[in-house]
Design a protein around this ligand. Structure first.
Ligand SMILES: *[C@@H]1O[C@H](CO)[C@@H](O)[C@H](O)[C@H]1NC(C)=O
Ligand SMILES: *[C@@H]1O[C@H](CO)[C@@H](O)[C@H](O)[C@H]1NC(C)=O
Ligand SMILES: *[C@@H]1O[C@H](CO)[C@@H](O)[C@H](O)[C@H]1NC(C)=O
Ligand SMILES: *[C@@H]1O[C@H](CO)[C@@H](O)[C@H](O)[C@H]1NC(C)=O
Length: 395
């Protein structure tokens, strides 16, 4: 086994320490790919015949130009992507970072196309297990007074929803009335540095972010400045914002940069989260802030974890990146992921910092969630969502 494999295995077992990452993903299916390469070959009859019968192996003796030869090989590679990516999530082999990067290099070379049918199927799966449209946040509609709400990760513990908590809740799900067309899920990966993706992200109808990342000043050209929903890890409230005591003003200033935004907190995931989450609610209320606080529904998260478990994601808890990606697929017609990059380097071997806003370089090897990432790559190659791996093209 390569050293990277051992590291990967070790890191895999440490994953539960990283409750919050926002991460990224790949392309289409053979028919479309074939059609695209048909164009690329300018219709050489021999090439066309082969392209029309995907089952035929490409003979090495084909009388094609060098270019045709290349595009045929690419077509083959692209057809195999789904199998390559699927193998990443199998237990048989531990994949190293370099194995992943090789597959991603191939993914990047292949055209991506949204696959409506795959999208609908996947969305139906999610709707029937989890139903984000109805259940993703705690609301007065789905949680009457007197509910004994059990915690997501401490299921033997419950909290009684009395009038006081009930009145903190929105009447119904804030997002049901809309079906957003284009959604961006923005992870915090250092891969966003110098990506110039900001303008594209800001054009989205709805922008999801994780754990209060900076979006102002020099950052906005790469990550955009629009935010509709941002998750808040309660630990950032205690560590960075001193439990909203003396640092409350700093906190309010920081979140004011997002404008009208929903702050999404996992108040009912661990008992230790509840106090900090409620504190955020009351601080915003007292200062009459425009931002609104909503709470992840613990039952939604539980069902979502079970869903991903059936796909092989067995970590103790999902990352918030995968949580909101799942929500986005249910709420949006088109989902694009930015800043999802759990690797220590780019495909060109340049080091990538852990976050776009700090310069902590991770140790070599995967720093996060190989299982989750292979799932996200699968969604990309199936054409269900699109991962942005590199710089954005400026229109
Ligand atoms: C390839 O094409 C050229 C000209 O188009 C032709 O002369 C040659 O016989 C072809 N070779 C094969 C193996 O078909
Ligand atoms: C509330 O639910 C928890 C488990 O979810 C249970 O242990 C507890 O006894 C329940 N409390 C009441 C008052 O029913
Ligand atoms: C933004 O970048 C410029 C040039 O790279 C630098 O001079 C400036 O200090 C940066 N501003 C901030 C707020 O980081
Ligand atoms: C990304 O940007 C951050 C903040 O400007 C910086 O600290 C970090 O070193 C950069 N990382 C890389 C890999 O360039």
């Amino acid at each position: 086994m390569r050293p990277g494999g051992a590291l990967l295995a070790l890191l895999g077992s440490l994953l539960l320490l990283r409750l919050l990452w926002c991460s990224a993903y790949a392309p289409g299916r053979s028919r479309i790919l074939l059609e695209e390469s048909r164009e690329a070959t300018h219709g050489t009859p021999a090439a066309l015949r082969m392209l029309r019968s995907p089952a035929t192996l490409i003979p090495r003796t084909t009388n094609s130009t060098y270019l045709n030869e290349q595009s045929l090989q690419l077509t083959e590679k692209c057809k195999n992507l789904q199998a390559d990516v699927k193998s990443l999530s199998k237990k048989m082999k531990r994949y190293s970072e370099d194995d992943y990067l090789q597959i991603i290099t191939n993914i990047q070379r292949c055209p991506w196309k949204r696959q409506a049918e795959e999208y609908e199927n996947f969305r139906e799966e999610l709707a029937s297990c989890c139903d984000a449209v109805q259940n993703f946040v705690v609301s007065q509609n789905n949680t009457p007074v007197g509910t004994n709400m059990s915690y997501e990760a401490e299921s033997k513990k419950g909290i009684l929803i009395g009038e006081k908590i009930f009145n903190m809740l929105p009447v119904s799900q804030p997002f049901v009335e809309y079906r957003y067309n284009q959604c961006a899920v923005v992870g915090n990966g250092g891969i966003l540095n110098n990506s110039l993706c900001g303008a594209e992200i800001d054009k989205s109808d709805f922008v999801f972010r994780c754990n209060l990342p900076p979006t102002t000043g020099n950052f906005s050209k790469d990550v955009g400045s629009k935010t509709n929903l941002v998750t808040v890890n309660p630990s950032i409230i205690t560590t960075k914002y001193g439990n909203l005591k003396e640092k409350k003003a700093v906190f309010l200033e920081d979140i004011a940069t997002y404008g009208d935004v929903f702050l999404l907190l996992p108040a009912f995931s661990f008992r230790a989260n509840t106090g900090a989450s409620f504190k955020v609610y009351y601080s915003l209320k007292e200062s009459q802030s425009r931002q609104k606080v909503i709470f992840f529904h613990p039952k939604y998260l539980k069902h979502l974890a079970l869903f991903w478990r059936t796909k092989g994601v067995t970590a103790y808890r999902l990352s918030s990146g995968l949580m909101i990606t799942s929500v986005a697929v249910e709420l949006c017609e088109n989902v694009k992921l930015y800043g999802f990059w759990p690797f220590s380097k780019t495909v060109e071997d340049t080091p990538v910092s852990h976050h776009y806003y700090d310069n902590k370089l991770p140790k070599r090897g995967f720093h996060e969630m190989p299982k989750e990432y292979s799932q996200i790559l699968q969604l990309h190659v199936k054409g269900i969502l699109k991962l942005q791996f590199s710089k954005c093209e400026i229109a």
